[in-house]
Write a protein that binds this ligand. Sequence first.
Ligand code: HEM
Length: 140
Amino acid sequence: MYSIIRQAHSGIAYLLLAALIVSVIYALASRKKTFTAGGRKIALTGLIFAHLQLLLGLILYFISPLGVSNFSGEAMKDRLSRLYVMEHPLTMIIAIILITIGYSRIKKQTTDRKKYNSMIIYYGIALILALAVIPWMVWP
Ligand code: HEM
C-alpha cells in the first residue's frame, strides 16, 4: 500500500510539473489572443493533477516513515527530515491553494488578458514553490 501510493505520488509529480510548465508557457505565448476553451482545459489539467497529488500526499504523510511519525524536535534539526515533515507538505499545500485560486480566477475574470495573467501568475508561483521543495536528492 505504502509503496504503491509513494510510486503514484512520484509519478503524478511529473504530470503536475509538466502541466504547470505547459500552462505558463501557453499563457505567455497566447496572452494577446482570445482565451479559448483549450486554454481552460490546459489549466484544468493542472488543477486535477494538483488535487490528486494533494490527496496522495496527505495519505503518504500519515503512512510514510518520513511523514508525521517522524515529527520531533530532533527531526527539525536534520535538513532532509525537516523537508519531509514540514517544508514539503506546507509549501506544496500553499502551491495547490494558489493553483485552485488561479483556476477559479481564470473562470471568473471578465477579460481574456486577465485570464491569461491569472494563469501566468498563480500557476507560475505554484511552479516555483513546488520546484523549491521537491526532494531533489532522491527524485527523479
Ligand atoms: C504540488 C504537490 C506535490 C508534489 C509535486 C510532490 C512531489 C513529491 C516528490 C517528487 C516526492 C519524492 C517521491 C519519491 O521519493 O519517489 C515526494 C515525497 C513525499 N511527499 Fe510530496 N508532493 C506534493 C505534495 C505533497 C503534500 C501536499 C504532502 C503532504 C501533505 C506530501 C507528502 C510527501 C511525503 C510524506 C513524501 C515522502 C514519501 C516517502 O518517500 O515515504 N507531498 N513528493
